[in-house]
Each structure stands twice: as C-alpha cells, then as structure tokens.
Ligand binder design. Structure first.
Ligand code: ACO
Length: 401
C-alpha cells in the first residue's frame, strides 16, 4: 500500500501516471487528434486531404512553419533541401566503421548525433546558432545517410545525391540506381513513398516526439535531440512495429497460414506475444492513417503488378481479429503500421529498413515539436517519482555481509 503522506512533494501532491496515460506534458499548436472519432489534422488540415493532395516537403513546411507554403516559399525551401543533400565525407569514415549487418536505425541514430560534431554552432553558445540551416540539413541529409546502409548491405558503392531530382525520386535513385545500368524512378513508386511519408509526418506527443522534446528541454542541440527520438522510435512497441508486422505475417505464412492460431496466442495472457500492428494508445475506434494505407496498399500492388501473399494473410488476420471479442472489447484496431510494410516491400525496400523509412517521415514532426518547445521557452522536463526502496540503512563492511 502507498503511504499517502509520501505523495506530497515540496510544492504539492505528486500524481503517478505510468506511461502518461492521462497526463499532458505540453500545449501544442501542431497536430490535432481525436482518438474516439479517428480524426488527425496537421495544423488544421485533414490527413486525408494532405495525403491525397500535398507533397511531403509541403507538409514538412506546414508542420515546421505553421502554414502551407506559397509557391515562392515552397520553391525556396525545396531548393535549400535539394542542395544540402551531400553529407560530409568524414561522416562516411564513421559509417565505414560499422559492421555490414548493423541495423539501419542504430546507424542512423549515431550519424545524426555525429552531425552535431560537424556543425558546432548547434551546441556552442559562443557561436550564433543557425537553427534554420540545421533544419534544412536534417531534412536533406537523413535520406542520404539511410541509403548508405542499404548500399553497404548489398556490397554496392553508395550513390551521391542528384540535385535534379525531387525529394522522393532522389531517395529512390540513391537506393536503387547501379553504376552499370540506367535507373528510371517509377512515378507510381515515388507517389506511394510521398504518401507514406506524409502519413507518418507527425503524431503529437508519441514516445519518440516526447523524447525529442524532453532531451531538447535541457537545451541540448537539435541533432542530439532527434538522434534520441530515433532511438525511441526503434522499439517494437513504437516505430519498430512495422518490421515486426512483416516478420509476424511471414511467420504465419511459413506456419501454414493459420491466422486464428496467432490470434489465440495473442489473447493468451500467459504468452507475451502481441499481434503487431494492432492497438494504439489514443485511437480507440480506428486509426485514420491505417484506412488510407490499406487502400494505398491495394492500389500500389495492383499498379506495380505485385502479388504478395502476405497481403492476403494481413487481410484475413485483420478480419478475424475484428470479429473477436478480445480485440473488440479492448478496442484493438490495425494501426498505421499494419499495412505500411506491405507497401515498402512492394517498393523494394528490405524489412530491416522499414523503421528508418518511418524516421524519414517523422523527421519534420520532430523538428516542428523541438522548435515549438524552444520557442515557447518550456522548462526542463523532470518527472517526479515515489520512492519505494528500503528506508534508511546502516553501511555494512564487505566482510560482514
Ligand atoms: N495484441 C494483443 N493484445 C493487445 C495488443 C496486441 N497488439 N495491444 C494491446 N493488447 C491488450 C493488452 O494486453 C491489454 O489487455 P488487458 O486489458 O487484458 O491487460 C489491453 O489490450 C490494453 O493494452 P495496453 O498495452 O495497456 O495499451 P497501451 O496503450 O499501453 O499500448 C500499444 C498501446 C503499445 C500500441 C499496444 O497496443 C501494442 O503493444 N501493440 C502492438 C505493437 C504495435 O503495433 N505498436 C505500434 C503502435 S503505432 C506506432 O507507434 C506508430
């Protein structure tokens, strides 16, 4: 039992809310979401509209600066990002030191943190900080770094960015072009990638975004704050779920395709197994992003002429789970990552890169939230606790223990 008198701190009672299920950490003007109604809006614009009509960089501008860009503002922002995609060659030397099988999330987090060393005005208070340029650099260079991991895993030389290409096409070119043959970006693939990045661009105070804000609240630099966010995203209960989903669907397929067996396993309270891609802290009816992604998965696979048996397993699993009392009563619906991996696969992106794709998408959200936190002069984040360890003890010499 908790002694109520211990709940009192110097400035009042302390509330305990593990996982912050009902505790707000900030006010924010960036993203609105209503988990009961399944509504998601960036700066007031519906996710459905943005995913259908906007480009990822347009959405990035909206999140970071608050309004949709005019044609001139967009042209300038796009130009800046396009012309800062090259990464310092000394960063390559750091990268070369990683083993060939390093997980792309570990590599990305390390290299984004290393960027602070290359741009010391980000942390040195004796030099005026050029935050706008740090924002551009992050947006421009993160996709380049991500493609290095893929190229290394294939034993291929890295591709330098091509400033004549738009954001998504440049990424695809760095990923897939080979020196020996001509590579043409498929517009269907570029469009699908654009949509996925928009759907992941922000999601208010989720685990990785809260991490970015918390680290930044000590006035740590933007690179280190975002590197910490990448670490938080990696976990299988957060962004890492997209890799887990495909691995789970493949395991079901290899095991004869019996979805019910896995549903029963997920329901078994003596088994730690969870149905990856199901459930969400805030969405209790449906995840609006999942609806858009499911439709996009159908379209992309059809346009690319891909027949992925894992898509059929995903659909069967979704249907069976949604008819099951366990999932219905707990309001567990497919989340954004249930279908995203199927599209990434169709685009040729390997499973261990799904979470870095999410990171590229979430980057403008992290930047916008970090900027908002700093502009609002938020105090350093420092949660309280209730101590439950031993009361005072006398030190015992080692030979007496
Ligand atoms: N499979 C089986 N049971 C589940 C699942 C699942 N995927 N998710 C939740 N439950 C059950 C829990 O066991 C719990 O049951 P109980 O009431 O009998 O104890 C109940 O549903 C509530 O679950 P919590 O874990 O308390 O919910 P919480 O809000 O803390 O967690 C989370 C949300 C982490 C997303 C969870 O649903 C989960 O682990 N899902 C699978 C991982 C996943 O897909 N993560 C991606 C989330 S989206 C994103 O980050 C981009």
């Amino acid at each position: 039992a908790i002694d109520i008198s211990k709940l009192r701190g110097k400035s009042g009672y302390i509330t305990i809310d593990p996982g912050f299920k009902n505790t707000g950490s900030t006010t924010s003007a960036i993203t609105f979401l209503d988990g009961e109604e399944g509504i998601l809006r960036y700066r007031g614009y519906s996710i459905e509209d943005l995913a259908e009509k906007a480009s990822f960089l347009e959405v990035a501008y909206l999140l970071i600066y608050g309004d949709l860009p005019t044609a001139d503002q967009y042209a300038e922002f796009e130009h800046e990002v396009r012309t800062h995609t090259l990464v310092n060659e000394d960063m390559r030397k750091i990268f070369e030191g990683f083993p060939v099988n390093a997980h792309p999330m570990g590599t990305l987090s390390s290299l984004v943190s290393a960027m602070s060393a290359f741009y010391p005005d980000s942390y040195d208070s004796n030099v005026p900080a050029d935050t706008e340029m740090h924002i551009i650099r992050l947006m421009a260079k993160m996709p380049t770094i991500v493609t290095w991991s893929y190229k290394k895993s294939q034993g291929h030389p890295v591709n330098y960015p091509d400033n004549s290409l738009d954001y998504c096409s440049n990424f695809l070119n760095m990923m897939f072009a080979l020196p020996v043959e001509k590579y043409e970006v498929d517009p269907v693939v570029a469009k699908a990638l654009n949509k996925l990045l928009i759907l992941h661009a922000d999601h208010e105070q989720n685990c990785s975004t809260s991490t970015v804000r918390l680290v930044g609240s000590s006035q740590a630099n933007i690179y280190t704050s975002i590197s910490a966010g990448i670490g938080a995203l990696w976990g299988p209960l957060h962004g890492g779920a997209n890799q887990e989903v495909i691995e789970m669907l493949e395991a079901i397929k290899a095991d004869g395709g019996d979805s019910q067996k896995y549903i029963d396993k997920a329901k078994d309270k003596n088994d730690d197994f969870r149905l990856f891609g199901f459930g969400h802290r805030v969405y209790k009816n449906f995840d609006p992003r999942a609806r858009i992604i499911k439709k996009a998965a159908d379209e992309v696979l059809e346009k690319l002429g891909v027949n992925d048996p894992v898509l059929d397993i995903a659909k069967t699993l979704e249907k069976a789970a949604l008819e099951d009392e366990y999932f219905v009563s707990r309001k567990l619906y497919p989340n954004v990552d249930f279908y995203s991996g199927i599209i990434y696969r169709a685009l040729g992106i390997p499973t261990n890169m799904f979470t870095v794709m999410f990171a590229i998408g979430r980057l403008p959200g992290w930047i916008a939230q970090w900027k908002e936190m700093r502009e609002n002069n938020e105090p350093i984040g420092r949660p309280r606790q209730i101590y439950t360890g031993p009361t005072e003890r006398d030190f015992v010499a080692m030979d007496k223990r």
